[in-house]
Ligand binder design. Structure first.
Ligand SMILES: Nc1ncnc2c1ncn2[C@@H]1O[C@H](COP(=O)(O)OP(=O)(O)OP(=O)(O)O)[C@@H](O)[C@H]1O
Length: 323
């Protein structure tokens, strides 16, 4: 079903791109002694899904709230289309957002909630019906939101974000509480919104949620920028060219590896991990110097591992068993 009508602006033109960009510059937010966001700079462009990733407490919600003018930065700035969001006269028709799905009056029906938002933002009433259908809530439109499950509230929050047919969309953890069908729906929706030339910025603390959806990533830890790049570049960064090796002459292998610029670390199971060299290079070196290898295996770290490695030092909350 094609519900979108107003969000196109000659997608791809330079002025359209600028009008839809989210830009954070040295963005900082302190709460008393806690620095939630620290000198954060990044750019989010239209036409792609940008994942906003970070461990619990990294500062994602605080950043999104500042982008939406709900929190004031301590210093620095965040703009949408070159201006702070507060100065935007068109509200939901310019920027749609899902922040806290629970933040809806429980006594109202989904229909009444969306209708009130539509009235307040000069959005045609037919959009309410369209987004209820899009979110799979048409059958529950007249039910009180207080009786909604977490997943239904998420769907309602997403419907509200879509209501103004906005060219810029921000979603804070949109997959929370959704069933598998809902997860697939959101993934498809985010990709479609981006393909239509919109700016789609979506937060998550799980790489597994983003790796099938996002084209680019902004990764933060303890409020600071860790990476702002394509998914492929991020994966390559985490891929430390590690090679698992077994040998009966570790001293000779260590000398070879070190002289070639790599490093050798022993593992608990008697094998060794070589970093800084490819598996082919390790094999060649060992062959040239007659060092017998019993195993040479290239290890590719997954995106999840890359995320864990790069955010390990900045994760505020870790379970006791996490390494
Ligand atoms: N209103 C507030 N007052 C004091 N501290 C706050 C406030 N809001 C957030 N913080 C702190 O700022 C830091 C960042 O919180 P934030 O909610 O932005 O992180 P997050 O990345 O969205 O985390 P999560 O993935 O758990 O939702 C945390 O240490 C949090 O405790």
């Amino acid at each position: 079903m094609q519900v979108w009508t107003t969000a196109r602006c000659g997608a791809g033109t330079a002025s359209c791109t600028v009008a839809r960009m989210i830009e954070a510059r040295e963005l900082t937010k302190r709460y008393g002694g806690t620095t939630a966001v620290n000198a954060l700079s990044f750019t989010v462009r239209p036409g792609v899904v940008t994942g906003f990733l970070g461990p619990n407490g990294a500062g994602k919600t605080t950043t999104l709230r500042m982008a939406l003018g709900l929190n004031t930065p301590t210093s620095g700035s965040v703009t949408i289309g070159g201006r702070p969001f507060r100065e935007r006269p068109r509200g939901l028709r310019h920027v749609g957002a899902l922040l806290d799905a629970g933040d809806v009056h429980g006594g109202r029906s989904a229909l009444a909630h969306l209708s009130a938002l539509a009235r307040g933002n000069a959005i045609p009433r037919r959009r309410v019906t369209e987004v209820l259908e899009e979110a799979g809530l048409a059958g529950a439109a007249r039910r009180r939101v207080g009786g909604f499950s977490l997943g239904m509230r998420q769907r309602l929050g997403i419907a509200a974000a879509l209501l103004g047919d906005p060219p810029v969309l921000l979603f804070d953890e949109p997959l929370n509480g959704l069933d598998p069908e809902g997860v697939l729906w959101v993934r498809g929706l985010l990709r479609r919104l981006a393909a239509e030339g919109r700016t789609v910025f979506v937060s998550s603390h799980l790489m597994s949620e983003m790796e099938h959806t996002a084209d680019r990533l902004v990764v933060i830890g303890r409020g600071e920028l860790i990476a702002s790049e394509s998914l492929a570049d991020f994966a390559a960064r985490g891929n430390r060219r590690s090679v698992a090796v077994r040998t009966s002459d570790p001293a000779a292998l260590a000398a070879l590896v070190t002289s070639a610029g790599g490093a050798l670390e022993p593992e608990d199971d008697g094998s060794y991990t070589v970093t800084g060299l490819s598996a082919d290079r390790v094999s060649e070196l060992a062959f040239e110097r007659r060092v017998l290898l019993h195993e040479v295996t290239a290890r590719n770290s997954s995106l999840e591992q890359a995320f864990m490695e790069l955010t390990a030092d900045s994760a505020e909350y870790r379970s006791g068993g996490a390494r």
